[in-house]
Ligand binder design. Structure first.
Ligand SMILES: *Cc1c(COP(=O)(O)O)cnc(C)c1O
Length: 354
């Protein structure tokens, strides 16, 4: 793949203070773009100054939500070098999402080359303060100029970059979670296992309702029986019940998280009992009532792990581990972030130098 690079004439000032970064609020100097045309394939790989793009108001993405995305990070190591975490997994998952949404496959090696080339060009934007990183957002959308409903013949793939601050400025404080029994996020056969924008649009209502009641996320139940646990907010979810880690099996409506996969591989390597299976909300309520639910956490690229301190199910409030982070949750956070920021050995070969 040949990438044509047009550098900006007016680089922006770098953020002065990483404590004000937040998540996804500022963007770097450049972005990657590539077009797909049916019959021609992918063409015109280019890096251009970050800025608005021009698309037709009839573009498929606006009307029918033909859009998928990925989320990954570049991490600054103590020696000043930069590394990625399992980027091949993001390349593969984007292609699985593309398949579901009738978008074209994007070659895995080109995906990684595009990410690396763009991050190298904007490398000064990778922050170095503890727990900060450069968030990488690849995305793809249908761009036919027609209101006809069909698989798009014209597609755009882009990558934008955003330096992000520490997710946990006040330490890993456990969050309060509302178990959602009305709205559902996804159903088997739907788009739950694709990372597509529409899933998020459909989940905002429940999220807003939970927030108004003082909860930070919702715990999603399956869309058919509203009985089995699926995910928490936009993260996968795990429970430690009587010493065993239990996480919902990938059923077709759950997003296959790379953090989830990494934690399972880590736990297995450490000889920890871990089960991927269906877990019903009754089983969880029973474990909470009997005190066998020892720890609960969400996991995803943005937060790594997010301890759950309280669960509300049909107005019963259950406190998990006295509202404190559990020792295994802390251990997983320390181990994963240690590998990601290059503070500890990477026995899995997960990290990729820039
Ligand atoms: C992205 C995402 C996750 C987490 O995936 P990671 O690869 O670990 O970041 C979990 N659930 C949903 C719905 C997601 O969109």
């Amino acid at each position: 793949m040949e990438i044509k690079v047009t550098r900006t004439d007016s680089p922006k000032a770098l953020p002065a203070d990483s404590s004000t970064l937040g998540f996804g609020k500022i963007f770097t100097d450049h972005m990657f773009m590539m077009d797909y045309t049916e019959g021609k394939g992918w063409h015109d790989a280019r890096i251009v100054p970050y800025g608005n793009i021009s698309v037709s108001p009839a573009s498929t993405a606006f009307h029918y939500g033909v859009e998928i995305f990925e989320g990954m990070k570049a991490y600054r190591k103590a020696d000043g070098s930069v590394q990625l975490f399992r980027p091949i997994e993001n390349a593969r998952r984007m292609n699985r999402s593309a398949d579901r949404m009738c978008l074209p496959q994007f070659p895995e090696e080109d995906f990684i080359e595009a990410v690396k080339t763009l991050v190298r060009l904007d490398e000064v934007w990778v922050p170095s303060d503890p727990d900060t990183s450069l968030y990488i957002r690849p995305f793809m959308f249908g761009n036919d100029e027609t209101l006809g409903v069909h698989a798009p013949k014209n597609v755009v793939f882009m990558i934008i970059l955003s330096p992000v601050g520490s997710y946990y400025k006040e330490g890993l404080n456990p969050v309060k979670i509302m178990i959602e029994s009305e709205d559902v996020r996804a159903v088997r056969g739907g788009t739950g296992e694709a990372k597509c924008g529409g899933n998020y649009a459909a989940s905002n209502r429940a999220g807003d309702r939970a927030e108004k009641k003082g909860y930070s996320q919702v715990l999603w139940l399956d869309g058919v029986e509203r009985k089995y646990i699926e995910e928490v907010g936009a993260m996968n979810v795990m429970f430690k019940i009587s010493g065993t880690v239990v996480t919902p099996a990938l059923s077709g409506s759950i997003l296959p998280g790379i953090t989830r996969k990494s934690i399972i591989e880590l736990l297995k390597k450490e000889g920890y009992p871990v089960e991927e299976r269906r877990i019903s909300v009754e089983e969880l309520a029973k474990a909470m009532a009997e005190g066998t639910l020892e720890e609960a956490w969400g996991c995803g690229t943005a937060a790594v792990v997010s301890p759950i301190g309280e669960l509300n199910y049909e107005d019963h409030v259950y406190v998990v581990n006295e509202g404190k982070i559990g020792t295994l949750t802390q251990h997983l956070y320390d181990t994963l972030t240690g590998i990601q920021w290059g503070k500890t050995e990477d026995p899995f070969g997960w990290t990729v130098q820039l």
